[in-house]
Write a protein that binds this ligand. Sequence first.
Ligand code: NAD
Length: 365
Amino acid sequence: MKKDLNISLLPGDGIGKEISNQALKILEWISKKFDFNLNLTEELVGGASIDKLGTPLSDKTLGRIKKSDAIILGAVGGPKWEGLKFEKRPERGLLKIRKELDLFANFRPALVFDPLIESSSLKPEIIKGLDILLIRELTGGIYFGEPRGIKKISEEKYKGFNTLVYYTNEIKRIAEVAFETAMTRSKKLCSVDKANVLESTELWRNVMIECSQNYPEVELSHMYVDNASMQLVRDPKQFDVIVTTNMFGDILSDCASMLTGSLGMLPSASVGVSENGERKAMYEPVHGSAPDIAGKNIANPLAMILSVSMMFKYSFENETISTLINDAVESVLKKGFRTRDILSKNDLILSTDEMGEKVLEELKQ
Ligand code: NAD
């Protein structure tokens, strides 16, 4: 593994700063312990960038983060910027990073830590031992399709429209990632679409089937998204790897988060390949900027800390450090320490900062 870690940290908005501080603590300790040179630069994105630079992502920031080995992002958005035109909103900054770096494959693992079984709204026997991986296509589909907009038709009537478009090559590359990933796990892949009513996802299904010819060992199944959302809650352990479109993946992963106890527990990795063949990746929690709890020091930083673990696994190919972080998180939970979102009877409530400290203490041991 390389000795220089060039990392861009983009805290963003709302709870983004609070949880990023915890990721930073962990990173600084790891870099000292394992003797890395941590070259970390903090950058602006989202509302924070709009307030300072007038844009959700400046060209300078984009240029700098493109050169880093990995990007860690907190979250963007909030009520303060909701009145802005669509292309000026904080979320556009995030979408631009994904598109410009071509981070087309988004890995969203939903793992249930044993000590959190009681925090889930589902029965323990349904979620105990759950370990599923949702792979979301991230740079195509309805979030990027053109034409899009709101048009005035008459004095009283407006038309709001988006385009759900997928090209064969976009589906093919995410399919390959999904099949390759399934090969490293239980060789079961479920592709989620809405092929009964949406042509773009009929193409999605056809390409998945075509790609499956190259992976005869993988058992490929298909499910409509409405059924998949129901099955995720009814019997989540029937799944191992799920691959789906940008919008369906966005929705299903929030659903999967509640299986794990809280949205504050779900990390993610968005991976792509740059023009010169190098792997590019951004790590961020699945959740948003949580304006309702921002600034209160009560947010759960574990999704962010687990995203750092994913960074060591995917960008720096260091499973040892990745496992070390996951184990530290599990130990803290085993000892009964909780932020409010994952609280059940007799647990000890911690603030965001205290939870970061506890994980650090555990790592040091
Ligand atoms: P959200 O994920 O921010 O919050 C949903 C609920 O989950 C809230 O009740 C919140 O308090 C809770 N929650 C989220 N993260 C938590 C954490 N770490 N610890 C404890 N509780 C947590 O979704 P939202 O309210 O729909 O959106 C708020 C803003 O975030 C919007 O502007 C939205 O566009 C933006 N957003 C950004 C991203 C991103 O940056 N990747 C993702 C989703 C939403």
